[in-house]
Write a protein of this length. Structure first.
Length: 87
């Protein structure tokens, strides 16, 4: 892996962390719609990130959207099982 590639990866990780923190701050401030939007955007980019899924599900549950939270968790488990079955 080249230096620029490693630096790009580090920058991407910092960006993800910043977006996670922004979502959590919105959640703590009671801005559930902003938190949900932030985490859904992250979820689209990183659908297998347990941290993103945890935070998104937390917001959905706080909003009373149990069905969406369950669907996200069930889809995650299905993807994990599919990966295990291929191994």
């Amino acid at each position: 892996m080249s230096y620029s590639s490693r630096e790009g990866k580090k920058s991407e990780i910092r960006n993800i962390k910043e977006r996670l923190i922004q979502g959590y701050l919105a959640f703590l401030n009671g801005d559930l719609n902003i938190a949900e939007s932030t985490y859904y955007d992250l979820y689209k980019d990183f659908p297998d990130s347990q941290l993103v899924i945890y935070n998104l599900v937390l917001v959905l549950l706080k909003k009373g959207d149990v069905e969406s939270a369950k669907e996200i968790l069930e889809n995650f488990l299905k993807r994990r099982q599919a990966v295990k079955n291929r191994a």
